[in-house]
Design a protein around this ligand. Sequence first.
Ligand code: ATP
Ligand code: MG
Length: 381
Amino acid sequence: MSKILGIIGGGQLGMMIAEAAKKMPGEISEIIVLDPTDNCPAAQVGTTQIIADFKDKDAIIELANKSDIITYEIESGDSDVLKSVEDKAEINPSPETLKIIQDKSLQKSFLQENNIPVPEFIEIKNIEDVRIGLKKFGMPAMLKARRDAYDGRGNFKINSEDEIQTAYDYFKGQSLLLEKFVPFTMEVSVIASRNTKGQIKTYPIVENIHQENILKETIAPARVSNNIAKKAEEIAKKTMSVLKGAGIFGIEMFVTQDENVVINEIAPRVHNSGHHTLQSSETSQFEQHLRAILGLELGSTKLIHNSVMCNILGDKSFTGEYLPPNISDSGVFLKMYGKKISKPLRKLGHVNIVGINDESTDELLEKLQSLKPKMVVKPYN
Ligand code: ATP
Ligand code: MG
């Protein structure tokens, strides 16, 4: 029987989940999104919207009453509230899984207990703990908010003793952890899925390039040795088997100088580094997420084409309405998210450059360079 899908969060991730859901009418008959922004991206693709804050308890109860199955595009939801509505709708990934992942300290402890490699870290209760941690780990080290971080905004890199106070004050009393700095040679991720029946599949490892803590480019597949690719895949599979959540999980990792792989963090949701799968892979991460939470057989994660994804970010010099870029080229797929206002470094869209004619990664990167001047948004006057 066809189900009503509720999605908490109607940004670009919710939008692309909704678009995939529309292609599965036999499984999903209707989509309702909960998002505070009127006409959010997901509301523009034929869904019904409940306009409310992500943490609004009444709105979540309303969503649960109206939906058969609920998922989310954000990890900052209130897992206790979600737990309290589990009798009304099936929630995936489960509130228990969300609770572990949304707290970076619980998440890292959980991974450590399961012998999955993470950077060394300690919980921070006061500024003295920071000093103790720095003695243990050396400098630089990363002071991180345990919860609600995104785009690097919950991190402070401490480079010297003089910065301890500034770093501590930056977080204004939030719960913190201190993490050893990993001088990685590459940032990579594995998009992994597990369905409600326990079937697990991973996508090939990809390489991520950040700019000012925001993901800028993803290269699929990552330019790493087979050894590293194998280690990352094993770590991702093991993580999925111990976490027991259903859905897509974006597992961000560092490749270390001694050819090892450690997990940086896990996102319990579809992930920016999986956007290339829309055109490069047999099953997109969005369809796979739905297959996973609906308990369907997972689709093939085979990468059919080499691919490079580049985010279109808001220009640093203005906030306001904008003209989207105009790009059309064979093998180039522009996706804009329908956000009305551009803000500095806001994710407004992405471009997938796909090797439909068997182009090599180097050729795709060259193509990206030639398109970059066009991949900008201009103020709309
Ligand atoms: P996101 O941008 O994925 O939402 P976030 O705000 O939760 O992330 P992290 O993923 O923890 O933050 O860190 C952001 C970036 O900071 C990482 O991608 C990496 O470049 C750098 N970073 C984080 N932790 C470390 C570390 N221990 N050592 C070195 N670099 C780190
Ligand atoms: Mg991250």
